[in-house]
Design a protein. Structure first.
Length: 427
């Protein structure tokens, strides 16, 4: 059997949902577990709604009405009759949010976030499942919270692999073993469930990870992630004019690219697939006949094309003892504990005898609070609006290509990777 994942862009409107139907018709008779993300920018909209509800700013109903109107417009294009049961399913999902926002927040922001933001995947999968049936693509809808068990770490839930395997064996595998002519199951990405039946999420862009979890637990033949690009590119087209497709790379290379910030694949996705030797394909839902990118154990093509990963709006923080003594182990312990307390991910780090420098994403809500906390014990300087470029399989020409008009503030090199933290020379 196979696992397919369709992201938000692939189900962003009625035309996109119809396209998903056409793609699945190509695989008639096969067993496929289909993981679907929330439609379009629904997750962003639900994040705004959750923040509005938690801040009690009076805008929550307006956010919900916009969300409802967006999904209803898609329904009206896909289904001729407003008496179709999909309308009831969609309204029932939205009622879950209505019930929450009627009362004051009772739990932490992260808890409330997961209960409401997870509704986006329920909405999309109900619509996709009903639409597929309407065009003759039979399928079963499965609530992922019934089969993917997690802990209670809201917004960054950890998978309980043993319990999830038991639940998958009980509730998901029979969908395929009982389908003599093949079967399609539709379920949600990004979402899990606790033993107390609360919703959790796996982190932004976690639907890729869900697909990998399903593949691992179902012993799938392969995973396909359907994207709006021809495959994995060697750079983000937003920042690079001349991109090339990576036709074939290894699990190791994909993990490295994801770790450094490549956005095509969620960083946690690769490891379960590597452990089971399950190939991953990244294919275009715009051109489904194209081969895309294959990721497996072979490494011979990894270094053929250099890859560029851009992280914008970086902040460089330099930390030094006030008395200019050395940075030693206990200083690093205290500094890392502070970063962990504020939930701040470090993208690069470098130390000298008397200072320790890191770069972090500059848009984090608690960044200024983090800096103030560090200032309690250390002298702290920082530079904002920087650009971090990582080049895999670099040479001098590729470095010169990205540093034109830039001042390099920090440079790190290994045999295969160079990382450059830069600012515009005019800054």
């Amino acid at each position: 059997m196979k696992v397919f994942k369709f992201g938000g862009a692939s189900v962003k409107d009625a035309a996109a949902v119809r396209n998903v139907g056409e793609i699945l018709k190509r695989f008639e008779g096969e067993n496929i577990a289909v993981v679907v993300s929330a439609m379009g920018k629904t997750t962003n909209a639900l994040e705004l709604l959750t923040r509005s509800y938690f801040d009690r700013d009076g805008q929550t109903e307006g956010h919900l009405n916009k969300l409802r109107a967006y999904h209803m417009a898609i329904l009206e294009e896909l289904f001729e009759s407003k008496n179709h049961p999909v309308y009831t399913d969609v309204n029932n999902a939205l009622v879950e949010i209505e019930w929450v926002i009627e009362d004051e927040p009772q739990r932490s922001f992260d808890f409330e976030y997961d209960q409401m933001v997870s509704v986006g995947e329920t909405l999309s999968t109900k619509i996709v499942s009903h639409y597929l049936k309407s065009v003759g693509v039979e399928n079963r809808w499965v609530d992922v919270r019934d089969v993917l068990r997690t802990d209670n770490t809201y917004r960054k839930a950890q998978v309980d692999w043993d319990m999830s395997r038991q639940l998958v064996d009980r509730f998901l595998k029979p969908n395929f073993t009982e389908a003599s002519n093949g079967g399609i199951t539709i379920s949600q990405g990004f979402v899990g469930g606790t033993s107390e039946n609360f919703s959790t999420t796996l982190g932004r862009e976690g639907s890729d990870y869900t697909a990998a979890i399903f593949a691992y637990l179902l012993d799938a033949k392969e995973v396909t992630i359907w994207k709006d690009v021809p495959g994995m590119l060697n750079a983000d087209p937003k920042y690079f004019d001349e991109t090339e497709k990576l036709n074939h790379i290894s699990y190791k290379e994909a993990i490295e690219l994801a770790y450094y910030g490549a956005t095509v694949i969620h960083p946690k996705t690769i490891k379960p697939l590597q452990n089971q030797g399950i190939p991953l394909r990244v294919r275009s839902f715009v051109d489904p006949e194209a081969e895309g990118t294959l990721i497996d154990q072979r490494t011979d093509s990894d270094s053929l094309i250099p890859s560029f990963i851009f992280k914008m709006n970086q902040t460089l923080i330099s930390i030094a003892p006030r008395d200019f003594s050395f940075i030693v182990e206990h200083n690093l312990r205290d500094i890392f504990e502070t970063f962990n307390r504020f939930g701040t991910t470090i993208n690069t780090m470098q130390n000298s005898a008397i200072s320790f420098s890191v770069s972090v994403d500059g848009e984090q809500e608690q960044l200024q609070e983090l800096i103030e906390a560090l200032k309690a014990d250390y002298a702290v300087r920082y530079n904002e609006a920087l650009e971090l470029v990582t080049i895999r399989h670099y040479d001098q020409a590729t470095m010169e290509r990205v540093t034109i008009g830039k001042k390099v503030l920090l440079e790190q090199r290994t045999r295969t990777t160079v990382r450059l933290l830069m600012q515009d020379e005019s800054a």
